[in-house]
Design a protein around this ligand. Structure first.
Ligand SMILES: O=C(O)CCC(=O)C(=O)O
Ligand SMILES: [Fe+2]
Length: 323
């Protein structure tokens, strides 16, 4: 009998921020960004205690009664909360927007509690500002991986006005499920330049290969997951891949994640610089305004997360003339 070989586990590169990036590492980083659009980061400067604290505070918020949480959205003026049954039956999230994470957290907290809960706002402020610093360092490494000196050329000029927001996500445990695999968040690409994800020890995040195979991204203590988003795919003329991913849940198991999205400013015109396109290569996207793309995505995917098919390709791909 011929046994099928088990699939080779994918070893995504781990960017180690405690030391200068080695040229040989840049090769694996650029390969991973091109092939998978995913990699890990370690020695990122965010202490485990801070993750634990943010998770604990998030759990407390998600455990509040539904009518309290609904004061934060989706129909209220503040709109920071996405309840279950929008993205999926299991997914609920709270958004804290930068650059003033403190003010953003405070405005949600003020709706939820009679008294000021300054611990929540201050912790989220600390987490948000650390994530901003981390995002800048990661973008720098990604630019280095694209070519010698690109971080010096483009980091300031193109990425200086980026902004971040944080999504605290709670996945309720599926109970009676017929299928073995339950999607907590269906297949999608992120609208960001890069996304940095902390997932708890449960795991469940999966990336999709170019061939359509789902590959587990197993949690590893001390590392964070980084993925390339659509804005970066557009800006890099497709050299960096914004790959589809999803979250699968285990029966009876609750899952929590913290996703940080680092994005261009709304008014930015996203256009790959000539050097990034490279001589002799065709431009595959027309220039587009960041906010217009975000609006395009929002108008196409409300309540349809599991069916997401629209990406930067649908929005900005140039129809190449056949020769
Ligand atoms: O929950 C996760 O691990 C990932 C969430 C995600 O992909 C997203 O919010 O875009
Ligand atoms: Fe995502």
């Amino acid at each position: 009998m011929i046994m099928n070989e088990p699939p080779t586990p994918i070893q995504l590169p781990v960017l180690d921020l405690s030391q200068p990036v080695h040229p040989s590492f840049l090769t694996s980083l650029s390969q991973a960004c091109e092939e998978w659009g995913f990699f890990h980061v370690m020695n990122h400067g965010i202490p485990q205690d801070l993750f634990s604290k943010v998770c604990l505070l998030s759990k407390h918020i998600f455990s509040l009664p539904a009518d309290s949480k609904l004061k934060l959205g989706p129909s209220s003026s503040i709109k920071t909360y996405t309840p279950r049954f929008i993205a999926s039956p299991f997914f609920e999230s709270l958004r804290i927007a930068g650059p003033d994470f403190l003010a953003s957290a405070k405005s949600s907290v003020a709706e939820l509690f009679d008294q000021q809960n300054s611990e929540f706002s201050e912790t989220l402020q600390e987490y948000g500002s650390k994530m901003v610093e981390l995002s800048k360092r990661i973008v720098e490494a990604v630019l280095m991986s694209l070519g010698d000196g690109y971080e010096r050329k483009f980091n300031e000029s193109e990425f200086n006005n980026c902004q971040g927001y944080l999504r605290l996500v709670n996945y309720s445990p599926p109970e009676c499920v017929e299928d073995e695999e339950v999607e907590g968040l269906g297949m999608h690409t992120d609208m960001s330049c890069i996304t940095i994800v902390y997932q708890d020890e449960i795991g469940g995040l999966q990336m999709r290969s170019k061939g359509g195979e789902w590959i587990d991204i197993t949690p590893c203590e001390g590392t964070l997951v980084v993925n390339i988003g659509d804005l970066m795919q557009g800006w890099s003329n497709g050299r960096l891949r914004s790959s589809e991913h999803r979250v699968v849940l285990k029966r009876f198991v609750n899952r929590l994640s913290l996703a940080f999205f680092w994005c261009f400013e709304d008014e930015k015109v996203v256009l790959a610089p000539d050097e990034i396109v490279g001589e002799g290569n065709s431009r595959i996207y027309k220039p587009f305004v960041c906010l217009e793309y975000l609006k395009f995505r929002e108008s196409n995917e409300e309540g349809k997360y599991e069916k997401v098919g629209y990406t930067v390709k649908d929005f900005a791909a140039l129809k190449l003339e056949m020769k």
